[in-house]
Design a protein around this ligand. Structure first.
Ligand code: CTP
Length: 450
C-alpha cells in the first residue's frame, strides 16, 4: 500500500484544494491530510483564517478524498508524522516548490501543480472587501500601527487625522497614506473604522465622535480615565452595533492568551497572588512627565498591568490602594495593591524608577513566571516545588505585536461580534475605574522624599 500525506489550512475550502486532494490521492492508495490547528496557524502568522479547525476538518472530509485527517499543531511535526504513519509520499502544491526538499530524507516529496487563480486569501478578501482604517494621531504608537496593519489582510490604513495638519501630512508622506487632514469630520467621512492613538485626555472625545459618526473604534490605552466614560462609550457602541475595543495589545497576543487559559484551568492550583511590573525611564520634555496631559506612571502603564491582573483574578476586587513617588506633580513611580477576597495582587509602575518588568502568578500548586518584558509575551514557564515538573512555553510575538489586536478588531467587525473574550467590556470598565480612583487620590499615599 502506498501512503500519501499532505498538509494545509484548507480555509474556505475551494476548487484548488479539491484538485490538490484529488491529485494527492491519485499518487497512492491511502491519503492522510494534515489540517493546521488554529493556534498553529496563528503562531505562524496566519491571522485571518475564517473557518475554525473543526469546520476545516469537516470540509476536507466532505471532499471524500481523505482516508484519514490529522491535526498539524507544531513545527517539525511533518517529520514525526511521516515516520509515525509510515508514509511513502509527501505531496504539496507547487507554490511550495523546493521548500520541503528536506523531507526527501524520510520519504518521496512530490510538488503537485497548483490551481491557478484561486486561494483562500483571495476568497477572504472578496468576502470582506477592503476595510478602511483611519488613524487619529501621528505619534510613536501610530507609527507602529501602519506596518502592523499591513500584515492583517483586508485592512488598509487610508487616512490620518491630526489637529496639526503638518504632522498629519508628514505622517501620510512617510507611510504612503493618501488622505491626511486636520478636519475630523472630513476624516471620519472617509473611513470605516478608527484607531485612536492620540494623547490620553483626548481618547474619550475622539472615540465618542467616531462612534457617533457610525465608525468602529479601536482605542489606545489608557482607553478613558473614568468608568462612567467607559460605560457610556460601550453602551453607545452596543446600541448602534459598533465594535469598540481597547487596544491593550498584550491581551490579544498568543502567549498571554495561553497563560490565562492555562491558569484558569488550574495548572498552578488556586491563584493567590499576581505581581506585575512595567517601567520605562523617560526624560523631559515629554508628555509622560506633564501633569496637564495626564502624565505619570499610573496613567501611562496601569492599563496593561491591571489588564493582566483582572484577566486572571476578575473584576470583583474588594480593595485598592496606591503608593506613589511624586516629582513635579506626576507619579514617577506607583505601586497599586489590588486585593480580592481570595487573592492579592500588585502592579509596580515607573516612568522615573526602573523596576524588573516581569510577571509572577502564584498558586497553591505552583507559579507562572513570565520574564521581562512580560507584556511582549513570547515565553513563560510554569514552575513547581518539584522542579522536574516545570514546563517552558514558547510562542511567537511578531513585529510590534499590534497585529494581534488589529486582527481581533477586524474579526469582531467581520463576524459581528460586539464583545471580545480576550478583553471584555466589564474588564475594560474596571480598569478605567481603578485609574479614576488613583487620579481622584482615593486610598492614595505619597512616599516621603528623602
Ligand atoms: N493549493 C492548490 N491550489 C490553490 C490553492 C492551494 O493546489 N489554488 C494547495 C496548496 O499548495 C496546499 C493545499 O492546497 O498544498 C492547502 O493550501 P492552503 O494554504 O490551505 O490554501 P491557500 O488557498 O493557498 O491558502 P492561503 O491563501 O491562506 O495561503
Amino acid at each position: 500500500m502506498t501512503k500519501v500525506i499532505t498538509y494545509g489550512t484548507y480555509d474556505l475550502l475551494h476548487q484548488g484544494h479539491i484538485n490538490l486532494l484529488r491529485r494527492a490521492k491519485e499518487l497512492g492508495d491511502y491519503l492522510i491530510v494534515g489540517v493546521t490547528s488554529d493556534s498553529f496557524d496563528r503562531g505562524r502568522g496566519k491571522l485571518n483564517v475564517r473557518n475554525n479547525v473543526l469546520e476545516r476538518v469537516e470540509a476536507v472530509k466532505a471532499t471524500g478524498y481523505a482516508d484519514e485527517v490529522i491535526i498539524e499543531d507544531y513545527l517539525g511535526q511533518k517529520i514525526d508524522d511521516i515516520q509515525r504513519y509510515d508514509v511513502d509520499i509527501f505531496a504539496i502544491g507547487s507554490d511550495w516548490e523546493g521548500k520541503f526538499d528536506y523531507l526527501n530524507e524520510y520519504c518521496k516529496v512530490v510538488y503537485l501543480p497548483r490551481t491557478e487563480g484561486i486561494s483562500s486569501s483571495m476568497l477572504r478578501q472578496q468576502e470582506e472587501g477592503v476595510f478602511r482604517i483611519g488613524i487619529v494621531g501621528s505619534g510613536r504608537i501610530a507609527k507602529r500601527f501602519v506596518p502592523e496593519a499591513e500584515v492583517v489582510s483586508s485592512v488598509k490604513v487610508s487616512a490620518v487625522f491630526d489637529p496639526n495638519e503638518q504632522n498629519a501630512k508628514d505622517f501620510a508622506k512617510q507611510f504612503g497614506i493618501k488622505a491626511f487632514t486636520d478636519n475630523l469630520d472630513t476624516f471620519l467621512a472617509e473611513v470605516d473604522a478608527v484607531y485612536v492613538a492620540s494623547p490620553h485626555l483626548t481618547h474619550y472625545q475622539y472615540t465618542k465622535q467616531a462612534l457617533h459618526a457610525g465608525k468602529h473604534v479601536l482605542c489606545e490605552i489608557p482607553f478613558v480615565l473614568s468608568s462612567s466614560q467607559a460605560k457610556e462609550l460601550y453602551d453607545y457602541a452596543e446600541a448602534h452595533n459598533l465594535v469598540l475595543l481597547e487596544a491593550s495589545k498584550t491581551a490579544y497576543c498568543p502567549a498571554f492568551c495561553r497563560i490565562t487559559t492555562l491558569v484558569k484551568s488550574g495548572v498552578i492550583g488556586d491563584v493567590v497572588d499576581v505581581k506585575t511590573s512595567l517601567s520605562k525611564i523617560v526624560s523631559p520634555p515629554t508628555r509622560e512627565l506633564d501633569k496637564s496631559q495626564a502624565g505619570g506612571a499610573m496613567n501611562e502603564h496601569a492599563a496593561l498591568t491591571l489588564m493582566a491582573i483582572i484577566k486572571i483574578l476578575g473584576t470583583n476586587y474588594c480593595g485598592v490602594d496606591f503608593h506613589s513617588k511624586m516629582k513635579d506633580g506626576v507619579d514617577i513611580y506607583t505601586k497599586v495593591n489590588l486585593n480580592y477576597p481570595h487573592a492579592t495582587s500588585s502592579a509596580t509602575l515607573g516612568i522615573g524608577v526602573k523596576t524588573e518588568g516581569n510577571m509572577v502568578i502564584s498558586g497553591t500548586m505552583g507559579y507562572v513566571y513570565v520574564p521581562a518584558p512580560w507584556w511582549l509575551t513570547s515565553f513563560f514557564e510554569i514552575r513547581y516545588e518539584e522542579q522536574s515538573k516545570n514546563k517552558k512555553f514558547f510562542y511567537s510575538y511578531d513585529g510590534d505585536g499590534l497585529r494581534y489586536e488589529i486582527q481581533e478588531f477586524m474579526s469582531m467587525i467581520v463576524n459581528r461580534r460586539k464583545s471580545s473574550y480576550k478583553l471584555r467590556r466589564d474588564e475594560s470598565v474596571a480598569i478605567a475605574g481603578i485609574i479614576e480612583k488613583f487620579n481622584n487620590k482615593i486610598n492614595w499615599n505619597a512616599l516621603a522624599s528623602r
